[in-house]
Design a protein around this ligand. Structure first.
Ligand SMILES: Nc1ncnc2c1ncn2[C@@H]1O[C@H](COP(=O)(O)OP(=O)(O)OP(=O)(O)O)[C@@H](O)[C@H]1O
Ligand SMILES: [Mg+2]
Length: 244
């Protein structure tokens, strides 16, 4: 089966600092990859390069076999197929939960407001908060806001979801409800790359764990091998830090 996403030897510097060093990673359809690594190792930058929010200096990124690395003119078309969820939700404060979800289908896909509303309600049901359709972001808990953000990303029917530390701004009691939604989506076959240090989620939902350090992909291991303890020494040292 062809890869959905293939990153081949990408390099990226900010000024004199090389942030991504010849990173190579392939993601197959329906696969969930959990990306871990110390602060500053380049995890967010890698996701942002995939979503064309950053341009790479060299190397190539293929999406469905097509080289998208320098697809500046069609970046907006590509971004529709890749949903992104951020640490801080980034909902539109002046729009209700349903309106946040409806916005892209109406504005970008040209869906009627009535149809977009139906889509929004379905997606809010999927993320377990249909009763919050008319609530504004400041009336929602962090966990609820993040689930609206996930519904909003899903409204574009993406082929790939990128999550950048989606639960790290949440109180502990809300983390679980967001991870449950993500795990359900993964189990239903949504291809995903998730930056998270929630190793319980990784154990439950990941097919593969990727460890980055200093801009390099140090390890990319199938989940069972990873949790079976067969990991690189540097990965082990990092895990010892986050687990103890
Ligand atoms: N726009 C930018 N301009 C300059 N330097 C940047 C920019 N974005 C990121 N960096 C630098 O690139 C390196 C990697 O950052 P990145 O945000 O990708 O790391 P990260 O692994 O996501 O870290 P964290 O776990 O803290 O989120 C860091 O040294 C950071 O300071
Ligand atoms: Mg980051």
């Amino acid at each position: 089966m062809p890869h959905l996403l293939e990153i081949v030897g990408i390099n990226k510097s900010f000024g004199a600092t090389q942030v991504l060093k010849t990173c190579t990673l392939a993601v197959d359809p329906s696969e969930t990859v959990v990306l871990i690594g110390p602060s500053g190792s380049g995890k967010s930058t890698l996701l942002r390069c995939v979503n064309l929010l950053e341009t790479v200096d060299s190397g190539d990124i293929f999406f469905e076999g097509e080289n998208i690395t320098r697809a500046r003119r069609t970046a907006h078309l590509l971004r529709r197929q890749i949903g992104m969820v951020f640490q801080n939700f980034e909902l539109f404060a002046h729009l209700s939960a349903a309106e946040n979800v409806m916005l892209a289908p109406v504005k970008i896909l040209g869906v009627s407001r009535a149809d977009a509303h139906d889509i929004a309600i379905d997606l809010l049901r999927k993320v377990q908060i249909p009763e919050k359709a008319d609530a504004f972001p400041d009336e929602l808990s962090g966990g609820q806001q993040q689930r609206v953000a996930i519904a909003r990303a899903l409204a574009m029917r993406p082929k790939l979801m990128l999550y950048d530390e989606p639960t790290s701004a949440l109180d502990p009691e809300m983390i679980r409800e967001v991870l449950d939604v993500m795990a359900t989506l993964s189990a239903e076959g949504m291809t995903s790359i998730v930056v998270t240090h929630e190793m319980g989620f990784a154990r439950r939902a990941a097919d593969r764990i990727v460890f980055m350090e200093h801009g390099e992909i140090i390890e990319s291991a199938p989940s069972d091998q990873f949790f079976g303890g067969t990991v690189n020494d540097r990965t082990r040292r990092f895990l010892d830090q986050i687990l103890h």
